[in-house]
Ligand binder design. Structure first.
Ligand code: SME
Length: 157
């Protein structure tokens, strides 16, 4: 497997369409969850240049920081807290156009302006979340939701 990522220009959908098969290739034959989460975070960061992209994993009653790309971040988040903990509690994707308007948003960085959080679901239970932060307002929409849900579905958690 070639480890070089092909970065493409184009619409958001075109970028995801080119990236997802490459992510699939990166995960092929690798069963280690941390290795796969690390490569997904790196691939998304390289293609989209987002401020922060990474994973939190459910450990007992908290989300604990996992593989990520970007500035240092909060290590533990309780269920129902912030955008990540709310996505865990509701087992649903949350799109936040302006993080300051989200009650209880956890500001790991004051530079984060908008956010999308996608839960990783296995056998009906949330085992973690993919969290993406942008330094611009209103950066994420249903297109991101649709494709990022496809990305996490590639993980056989
Ligand atoms: N803002 C998130 C916390 C995680 S950091 O953004 C990396 C939240 O409110 O859950």
């Amino acid at each position: 497997m070639a480890e070089d990522l092909q970065i493409i220009k184009g619409s958001k959908a075109e970028q995801y369409e080119a990236l997802i098969p490459q992510i699939k290739g990166l995960l092929e034959g690798e069963t280690d969850l941390v290795a796969n989460l690390a490569n997904i975070a790196a691939a998304l960061k390289e293609q989209f240049g987002w401020f922060w992209v990474g994973f939190y994993l459910v450990k007992q009653d908290q989300l604990v920081l996992g593989p990520f790309q970007g500035p240092v971040a909060c290590t533990r988040i309780r269920k129902g807290r912030g955008v990540c903990g709310s996505s865990w509690a509701s087992a649903s994707t949350l799109i936040v156009p302006d993080v300051e308007q989200f009650p209880g948003h956890i500001a790991c960085s004051s530079l984060s302006r908008s956010e999308i959080v996608v839960p990783l679901v296995k056998n009906g239970a949330v085992m973690g979340v993919l969290d993406v932060d942008s330094s611009e307002y209103n950066r994420f929409d249903e297109t991101d939701q649709q494709y990022l849900e496809q990305v996490v579905a590639l993980l056989n958690c």
